[in-house]
Write a protein that binds this ligand. Structure first.
Ligand code: 9MR
Length: 567
């Protein structure tokens, strides 16, 4: 395996003006002396560690190193304790200001139905269009339902983003990802730095069309979500291959049969939520698109209410993920919140205020993801002006603050602080995505209160993702001294074929997963502690895949952190 350090730091950068913490792994029970060295090897600060005992999530005996008092910007610092030294790191806001765009650049790479052009991504990452009916592709232009469904029509579902390292396109996951990219923009427009997300910021074909690039990128997915709507208003859960393809397989090389799975209530509500959000964002930018999106959202919402419990088949996991979810209260709440915020109509308002999740009841210290979407509705209701009673909006904001306080309390006792806790103490598939989403809860608590501690918590989470963790990896490709290199992806498969690239900078690995759900994890990680259940191997799809939903979480938080990093 890759080298594991005894002095664990954010391998990228600590930000001037913020606390700076690192972790020493040591059995000693007495304080040790740490030294901070600059790039010339000169000691610029020293101090004493604080022994903290054995850390639950990693099993490591840890000491805290607090070097906050040193605040001089620079590159190539290292922390040393005795003979042990950390990976080098910067004290600078520059990396965060780059990551905000690199994390968003991920989505162009994942586009289906269009050539990925060298002029935007460089020759290494360029590739032909996938799934446009050019052999050996079957094409996504005329896709029938699975043969057991007899739906009697085909759909043109070209476009959208590939979900992950596979070539499936899943409404429940694509929906939250598009929503989160759009919310990154919507929050910035309402209370943040919208100029940083204007036109010309991303390297994509639409970079000079007068519309913010982040909206152009999200629209690529929203248009696809609209195409997944069936004639009756319900939305197909997903479209993917009949069988899993091998690694590597570039999108245009995929010869598998493509099929629509059945419609589901969850997918229908996801589309309704995102299309309603899109309708208000594009209202003045492109009124015709806004009208189209709102009409689709209304039709979908009505269809979901008429079919409130159509659950996606949990066993439909051949050739694509199942993404099945049996609890839909949260999807109903989220969709109602978006419909009401966009239209102001009383029927949607009644669905919001009548929900058991109203006023932040779905927020908790596990967090939110594709199967738990209630907090997305709360984010919209807390940020976007609407006609709800002021005290109710205040209650929603208070729920973010209370959840953020829970995170900070837990993080204070962790060796490698990360805002996330499962009820049973494990880490699940996509733990890094949950951590990034929970960092956004801390960020919103800062937005709502201005309290410094929540901002500090966001950066603590960022430090975990960028290397202050027990496996010494930066989980973001291209960032840090030891970043993940072998993410599970059918194009970025350099580990298997050296003519292919590694992941471009700014892709977030799924991260540690205690359930060991792939053969590599099972072989290598028996008995691992939650934060240590990780290996940077391309076949370890339950640990090291990249997805649109984890990158949308990273993009949200990187954009927030860049905005809050000072000049
Ligand atoms: O992110 C999904 C995770 O929550 C599930 O536990 C897992 C197993 O069903 O599936 C994950 O999603 C994968 C999807 O099914 C197929 N594309 C790649 C996704 C990330 O690994």
């Amino acid at each position: 395996g890759a080298p594991t350090k005894k002095v664990q730091v954010d391998q990228v950068a600590y930000v001037p003006g913020l606390p700076k913490h690192a972790t020493l792994v040591s059995d000693t029970t007495t304080a040790q002396t740490w030294s901070l060295k600059n790039s010339a090897g000169t000691t610029v600060a020293t101090g004493q560690t604080t022994p903290k005992g054995v850390d639950t999530l990693s099993g490591d005996p840890v000491h805290l190193i607090d070097f906050s008092s040193y605040d001089t910007a620079g590159t190539g610092y290292t922390l040393t304790v005795g003979a042990e030294s950390s990976f080098p790191f910067d004290i600078s806001a520059d990396a965060m200001k780059k990551l905000r765009y690199d994390s968003l650049a991920f989505f162009y790479h994942q586009r289906s139905g269009v050539e990925i052009q060298a002029q935007y991504v460089g020759a290494t990452y360029a590739r032909p269009a996938g799934h446009v009916n050019v052999a050996p592709n079957q094409g996504d232009n005329n896709v029938p339902c699975r043969s057991d469904l007899n739906c009697g029509y085909t759909l043109d579902v070209r476009g959208g983003w590939y979900d992950a390292g596979d070539h499936g396109k899943y409404v429940v996951n694509g929906g939250i990802s598009a929503w989160q990219v759009l919310n990154t923009y919507e929050r910035a427009k309402l209370i943040g730095d919208a100029a940083a997300l204007g036109d010309g910021k991303l390297s994509i074909p639409e970079q000079a069309n007068g519309v913010p690039d982040v909206l152009d990128e999200a629209r690529w997915e929203v248009e696809f979500l609209l195409k997944m709507q069936a004639p009756d208003g319900m939305v197909h859960h997903k479209i993917h291959d009949a069988n899993w393809t091998a690694l590597p397989t570039l999108p245009h090389q995929d010869s598998q049969v493509r099929r629509l799975s059945a419609t589901s209530t969850a997918a229908t509500l996801n589309m309704a939520a995102v299309a309603a959000q899109a309708a208000r964002i594009w209202k003045t930018i492109d009124p015709a698109f806004a009208d189209k999106a709102l009409a689709a959202a209304k039709k979908a919402y009505a269809a979901a209410k008429a079919n409130p419990n159509k659950i996606a088949d949990p066993n439909d996991g051949t050739g694509g993920g199942a993404y099945s979810d049996t609890t839909l209260t949260d999807e109903f709440y989220w969709a109602a919140a978006e419909m009401y915020t966009t239209t102001g109509e009383t029927s949607y308002r009644a669905d919001v205020t009548g929900s058991s999740l109203y006023k932040g009841q779905s927020l908790n210290d596990r967090g939110y993801d594709w199967g738990a979407t209630g907090p997305l509705g709360d984010i919209t209701l807390a940020l976007v002006p609407n006609g709800l009673p002021a005290q109710d909006v205040a209650a929603i904001k208070a729920a973010f603050v209370a959840t953020a306080d829970k995170h900070l309390n837990q993080m204070a006792s962790q060796g490698y602080p990360a805002p996330y806790r499962e009820p049973d103490g494990t880490y699940v598939w996509g733990s890094n995505g949950l951590i990034a989403n929970n960092a956004s809860v801390l960020a919103l608590a800062h937005d709502f209160t201005g309290a410094a501690k929540y901002r500090e918590g966001v950066f603590q989470a960022m430090h975990y993702l960028l290397g202050r963790n027990p496996v010494s990896y930066s989980y973001v490709s291209g960032y840090g001294e030891q970043p993940v290199k072998n993410v599970h992806h059918r194009h970025w498969a350099n580990q298997l074929d050296q003519t292919l690239p590694i992941a471009p900078p700014g892709a977030l690995s799924g991260g540690p997963n205690s359930a060991l759900q792939d053969p590599v994890a099972t072989r290598l990680l028996q008995g691992c502690k939650p934060q240590k259940c990780f290996v940077d191997h391309i076949e370890a799809y339950s640990l090291n895949e990249v997805t649109v939903n984890w990158n949308s979480a990273l993009a949200w938080i990187a954009n927030w952190a860049a905005e809050k990093s000072g000049p």
